[in-house]
Design a protein around this ligand. Structure first.
Ligand code: AMP
Ligand code: MG
Length: 649
């Protein structure tokens, strides 16, 4: 239940917001102009506590490193001029001075002409000496002398004072993130404390009546709070210190109290949810009361992320991210990270970019800059960027992508074959050892688990059987998992293969009718009778499958032209069918046995579906493909497939 008061000027407000939609660049420029320049908040930290934060000031070397001329080897400190005539046939004999210079020993005696002093690696060079001879290049001549058979140049094996770091030299620049190497440099100069940028404290609030924290139990219609966890982590990744407040219901008074509280001892506030149409004026109104100047941009011509709201309240940034996790993450990285990093004294993030070809046409909304998450695979000529087709509600589209591409606001599509720039989420392209593109099945994870244990990386891109087949034909993957029924030959998969592809038998998945256990209408019946029983009861609702699914063909055959209630509910996956029945949205449908059993539904078996692999023959000899085939045929994997309810072919 939402508690948003319906005000009479609601439509006017929405219209006003709509008119104020800014371009991404304009919104970011206005946001930054309202926040910067600002003084960097700093603190002093001991070296041991400085890891990962940014230096607030340039650091100048206070001493020379090394602080004195130092020997690099174990040997003898000498005067190079004494050895000018030394050679294999003409050894020079030097008298040893009566001291040994160890590390940490200050020399006392001078090296006079014709003498040498024993010195250890790291020992300070004595007065008079200008070079060091390695002990290996000398022969003892009694107790008190050595013979040397080679000339040395001045400075040989000597590190001069300040040769590593010179006193007064700029050691580290402000904005440098302190890592172990930086700590090493500071320690070498004797610096125990540094002035660093104080991590901005960023309060994080999720909003929504439907949100439950991970670890708690989901009630019907509730979802887990995803944004709270990812936004907090992304803040920590970008120099901030996240303070997660929790999920607050959509209640104006409670939300305002939480926002005021959070802002009181934070430098920044990030909310998510409640900014899309219908709830937009709730947070809008609250922010207006929190401080000046208030809202800077509400609505950005960005996809995903249009409902983004940027505000500044008494100098503190207040941001409302869109509710959908992918949109929230995207806008956070694109619009908030630059500001957060500046507040944290960090340099702008430098994202690596690569060029890649898009294999399919990507539709795009005119008038909004669109960012599309992509997975990269190696094609015949260069990289291929597969768009993640899961929509802005999908968290996996962000987590499993390698990066994103950008479609201009003025374009309504990106045609197949376009070569475009991809911004990477990681510093380098991670080219997987094995690429699987096609229909996904939980059984597949049991096979690829073996490869993962062997250290091979597997990229599995779910685009459905036909999409996988097309990718295999273009040579963009090693294997395409397919389960395509051919109506004419009444067989699976083989009729769909073309030259260059071969079929690897996978496993069988029993398809059948699912119902809730205890439903008297179906208990104990065969498939035909069960459908007849469903059709006989006008209150009985079905859940169908999408056109083109092999399962749909079976359903249509059983229905023989009937169109019962629920026929037009056509989800695209086995799991969605099971969820609809388990949650009472429907009473029956058709799915596969492992999925039905996992949800605890009754199951009436009907026919086996063949889940096989179209293998790109040219790639068969690749080690990862061989490893996959070995795993597929192994007793271990076959047994685990069987345990999960599949029948290995
Ligand atoms: P809203 O902008 O609040 O209408 O949210 C848009 C969509 O995002 C709805 O489906 C919400 O359930 C979902 N959503 C909002 N906040 C979160 C969150 N913290 N975690 C996961 N999903 C969320
Ligand atoms: Mg909400």
């Amino acid at each position: 239940m939402t508690m948003i008061p319906r005000s009479p000027d609601r439509s006017a407000l929405e219209q006003e917001q709509f008119l104020k939609i800014l371009s991404r660049e304009e919104a970011l420029a206005r946001f930054e102009a309202a926040l910067f320049p600002r003084e960097l908040r700093t603190e002093t930290r001991k070296l041991a506590a400085a890891l990962g934060v940014a230096l607030a000031e340039d650091v100048t070397a206070p001493i020379d490193v090394p602080p004195f001329d130092r020997s690099n080897v174990d040997g003898f400190a000498v005067r190079s001029a004494d050895l000018a005539t030394a050679g294999e046939g003409a050894p020079v004999r030097l008298a040893l001075n009566g001291e040994t210079i160890h590390c940490g020993t200050a020399p006392i005696l001078q090296v006079a002409a014709g003498t040498a002093t024993t010195i250890a690696t790291g020992g300070p060079l004595p007065r008079g000496a200008d070079a060091v001879v390695m002990v290996e290049h000398t022969q003892p001549a009694g107790q008190d002398a050595i013979d040397i058979r080679r000339a040395v140049s001045p400075g040989q094996f000597v590190s001069y004072a300040g040769s590593d770091i010179a006193r007064g030299e700029a050691l580290l620049r402000a904005g440098t993130i302190i890592g172990s190497r930086e700590i090493g440099m500071l320690a070498a100069c004797g610096i125990a404390e540094v002035s660093v940028a104080r991590r901005p404290r960023v309060a994080v609030i999720s909003t929504g009546d439907e949100l439950v924290q991970p670890g708690e139990v989901l009630a019907p219609a509730e979802i887990y709070d995803t944004n709270g966890a990812i936004v907090a982590a992304a803040i920590d990744e970008n120099g901030g210190e996240a303070v997660f407040v929790g999920a607050i219901p959509d209640d104006e008074a409670r939300l305002e109290a939480a926002m005021r509280n959070a802002l009181a001892d934070a430098d920044m506030l990030v909310l998510s949810g409640g900014t899309s149409k219908g709830a937009g004026d709730l947070s809008h109104r609250i922010i207006g009361r929190l401080g000046a100047p208030g809202i800077i941009a509400h609505g950005v011509a960005l996809k995903p992320g249009k409902p983004l709201c940027l505000a500044v309240c008494d100098g503190k940034p207040v941001v409302i991210l869109p509710g959908f996790p992918t949109s929230a993450m995207f806008t956070f990285h694109d619009m908030i990270v630059p500001v957060l990093r500046r507040m944290a004294g960090l340099p702008p993030r430098s994202d690596a970019k690569v060029n890649a070809t898009v294999p399919v046409r990507i539709a795009s909304e005119l008038g909004r800059t669109e960012f599309v998450m992509v997975s990269l695979v190696q094609g015949r000529e260069g990289l291929i960027a597969y768009p993640s087709g899961k929509g802005s509600g999908a968290i996996t589209s962000f987590a499993q992508a390698d990066g994103f591409l950008r479609i201009d606001a003025l374009a309504d599509q990106m045609p197949a074959g376009t070569v475009t720039e991809v911004t990477l989420f990681t510093p380098h392209v991670r080219v997987p050892d094995l690429v699987i593109v096609g229909s996904h099945c939980t059984g597949l994870d049991l096979v690829t688990a073996q490869l993962a244990h062997a250290g091979l990386t597997v990229r599995s891109i779910a685009v459905g059987s036909l999409g996988g087949l097309a990718a295999a034909k273009r040579g963009e993957c090693d294997l395409a998992p397919i389960h395509l029924f051919d109506d004419r030959s009444e067989t699976y998969n083989t009729p769909y293969l073309v030259e260059g592809l071969e079929l690897i038998a996978g496993w069988r998945r029993m398809q059948g009718i699912v119902f809730r256990k205890g439903d008297k209408r179906f208990e104990g019946l065969g498939a035909k009778d069960a459908v007849a029983a469903a059709l006989a009861d006008p209150a009985c609702i079905m859940v169908n499958r999408n056109q083109g699914a092999g399962t749909r063909i079976l359903i249509d055959r059983l229905l023989r032209g009937a169109r019962p209630e629920g026929y037009w509910n056509q989800p695209r996956s086995h799991n969605a069918v099971a969820a609809a029945v388990a949650q009472h949205r429907a009473d029956w449908g058709m799915t596969i046995a492992p999925v039905a059993h996992a949800v605890g539904l009754g199951f009436i078996p009907l026919a086996e579906e063949h889940y096989d692999f179209a293998l790109v023959s040219a790639r068969k000899q690749r080690p990862a493909v061989q490893a996959f085939l070995d795993a597929l045929g192994s007793n271990e994997v076959r047994a685990s497939l069987a345990r999960a309810g599949f029948r290995p072919a």
